[in-house]
Design a protein around this ligand. Structure first.
Ligand code: GLN
Length: 279
């Protein structure tokens, strides 16, 4: 017989004792109680409510999965990115707030409503970057590419739900695309394959995370393919690992990019590097 005499406040305190981050426990509780995951004030006004036996069972199951390392977004099925509600699951990388740096940079180099602009997001995953850009630049022609058919299913479903007219292509980096773009943006896999950090990310698709011995295999491929797909003066913007900005800057310079520079993420780490192809 499940114990239905435990209040929401007590359940949250128990989760904290077990080592769960407060915000994670709050989001899981809101999900279990059928509330939007941003409605944290609800928890304060309902802190002495008693979840039903069914809610309690779901809560305990989700807590166990979170404590075993599954991202909260997979457990609730939702993640907000650049103000857009996305559906996410284990078929795609859990979109990180740090990737908003890449979106902000792309918006800076592409001012206006996007008219006459073509932009592509390589390795779109949930569609996060492409959808954020389409939302901000409604007139732009935005493409989203992924080598994973499963990821494209998730991204397409997000585009439909958000009614954003992103176009999709299945394949490796720029290979399924024709024509030239004003900007190519990507958050590719970039973790070195032997990096101990990968152990903490086993619930996410490895193909979205790891990229060869130095983590730069996919970034090298993208930089190699990009010049032939950029309009004169077009930009390539890449997210990368915390210690890769110098290597990515060097690769861009060698490939004929000018104005090569990096941008910091929310923690102040150089997280994105890009350049403009010579006219
Ligand atoms: N930023 C993620 C991490 O280090 C990795 C995402 C990626 O490889 N593109 O946890």
């Amino acid at each position: 017989m499940p114990d239905t005499t435990t209040t929401i406040a007590q359940l949250l305190a128990q989760a904290a004792q077990q080592g769960m981050a407060r915000v994670d426990a709050q989001m899981l509780m809101l999900h279990v109680m059928g509330q939007p995951t941003h409605a944290r004030a609800w928890l304060i006004t309902h802190d002495s409510d008693l979840p039903s036996a069914e809610q309690l069972a779901l809560w305990h199951a989700l807590c166990a999965r979170r404590l075993a390392g599954e991202p909260v977004a997979y457990l609730t099925g939702h993640k907000e990115f650049f103000g857009l509600p996305l559906q996410v699951d284990a078929r795609v990388l859990d979109p990180r707030p740090d990737t908003e740096t890449l979106v902000e940079w792309a918006l800076e180099i592409l001012p206006g409503d996007g008219a006459n602009q073509r932009i592509v997001d390589l390795g779109t995953g949930s569609g996060a970057i492409a959808l954020a850009l389409q939302h901000q630049r409604p007139q732009a022609e935005i493409w989203a590419v992924d080598a994973s058919a499963d990821a494209l299913t998730v991204a397409k479903s997000n585009a439909e739900k958000l009614r954003l007219p992103v176009q999709f292509a299945h394949g490796s980096w720029l290979s399924p695309l024709t024509g030239r773009f004003d900007a190519i943006v990507s958050n590719p896999p970039y973790i070195p394959s032997a990096d101990p950090h990968l152990v903490a990310l086993t619930h996410e698709p490895l193909s979205a995370l790891a990229s060869g011995g130095d983590g730069l295999d996919d970034i090298r491929l993208i930089i190699e393919q990009a010049p032939a797909h950029l309009k004169p003066g077009g930009w390539l913007l890449l997210e990368h690992g915390w210690d890769q900005s110098e290597a990515v800057q060097a690769l861009l310079s060698q490939a004929g990019f000018d104005d090569v520079q990096s941008r910091a993420d929310l923690a102040g780490i150089a997280r994105c590097t890009g350049g403009k192809i010579r006219e």
